[in-house]
Every structure is written in structure tokens, then in C-alpha cells.
Design a protein. Structure first.
Length: 203
């Protein structure tokens, strides 16, 4: 019987390692059985927009000591830890499910992200909000059918995403800007909306 050499969910594990460690793309790629360019695309927000990150510490595939060892030495290789623990439930592929009652809030959440965090890529917003790039563009250029009623509102307060997921996306966007030598963006390059909504909370 062949031995498992990679995590059960390679791409989901790679996404978590990108978000939560300082491991190199090469280290993550080798551990997950992926190409280094695939991992880089995930870090840049150009791929993996529908992937839910999976913590390899929780399912026993890695321990913190192993991660720390490899973070200190870029030439070190991560070793998969054998685990008898049951695997976590896997979320079905496809857009993030949003309760019907909250779906009308999506444009408000998108507008808030575009205004307050223009460094986020469309793929990252798709993953956070569970929307589409077409909807994001319509909110951005105010061609959305309900544009006159859209008011930027914090998607965390609206219940559209979790703060931990938003923070992870912001860290990934910041790392991309640093790699490209881009100065942090102060203002969004999008159409302005009225900012009198009580839920439009600045970070």
C-alpha cells in the first residue's frame, strides 16, 4: 500500500500556510505537492479564490515545532506528520453560501471593501463575500441595478465574512504590494458612495 506523502487537501493546506506562516513558496509547494507558481498565485490572490484554507495543525498533519523549524531555515523541508485523527469536514466546492436575508447586503459589503481596502484583489473579495467579479465591477463603476441605494458597510458587521478571514486577506494583499514594491494604497480608486451609513465602520 502506497504511503501518503502530501496533505489530504493540498491546495487548502497551502492556502493556510501562505496566510499564516513565513514559509517560502518553495517550501509550501514541496510539502503540498504543488508547483511553486501555483502557491505564488494563491498568495497574490490570482488563484484559489474558492478554496477554504485548512489548518494542518488541527488535523495533525503538522505541528508548530515543525513549522518553526522550517521558518528559521529556508532550505529545510516540512515533513508530514502521521495522524490517526479523523479528517475535518470538507466544504463543498462552489460559492460561499449566504443566507437569503443577507444577500441584499453583499453590494454594501463590497462597496466598503473597495473604499477602505483597495489593495484587495477582486479574487479575494469573491472569496470573502461569496460574490462574483461581475458584481464587484458593477459596484465599482456604479452600474449595479441598485447603485443608488448602496451604502458601504463593514462586511464583518453584516455577517458576510469573519474578521479572521478579512485580516488574512489583508495580510496577503500587503505581502503582494511589498513584493511588487507598491506603496500602501491610501484611497480607493472607485466611485464614491454616500458615507452616512451608521454601519460604515472604518478599521
Amino acid at each position: 500500500m502506497s504511503k501518503q506523502h502530501f496533505p489530504l487537501m493540498p491546495k487548502a493546506t497551502a492556502m493556510w500556510l501562505v496566510d499564516n506562516t513565513t514559509l517560502t513558496f518553495g517550501q509550501i509547494a514541496e510539502f503540498c505537492g504543488l508547483h511553486e507558481l501555483q502557491v505564488k498565485a494563491m498568495a497574490d490572490g490570482d488563484a484559489g479564490s474558492m478554496i477554504t484554507p485548512t489548518n494542518p495543525l488541527y488535523n495533525g498533519e503538522l505541528d508548530q515545532a515543525e513549522i518553526d523549524r522550517c521558518q528559521k531555515n529556508v532550505n529545510a523541508k516540512l515533513h508530514l506528520k502521521k495522524s490517526e485523527l479523523p479528517q475535518p469536514a470538507i466544504r463543498a466546492k462552489g460559492p460561499r453560501y449566504t443566507p437569503i436575508a443577507k444577500r441584499d447586503d453583499k453590494p454594501n459589503g463590497i462597496a466598503w471593501l473597495l473604499k477602505n481596502h483597495p489593495e484587495l484583489g477582486d479574487s479575494q473579495i469573491v472569496r470573502l463575500i461569496g460574490t462574483t467579479k461581475d458584481t464587484i465591477q458593477k459596484v465599482r463603476d456604479r452600474s449595479h441595478w441598485n447603485a443608488n441605494n448602496i451604502k458601504p458597510s463593514n462586511p464583518v458587521l453584516l455577517g458576510l465574512c469573519k474578521q479572521v478571514d478579512l485580516d488574512a486577506s489583508l495580510r496577503r494583499a500587503q505581502r503582494k504590494q511589498e513584493r511588487l514594491g507598491i506603496a500602501p494604497t491610501a484611497n480607493a480608486n472607485v466611485a464614491e458612495y454616500e458615507d452616512d451609513d451608521a454601519n460604515a465602520v472604518n478599521e
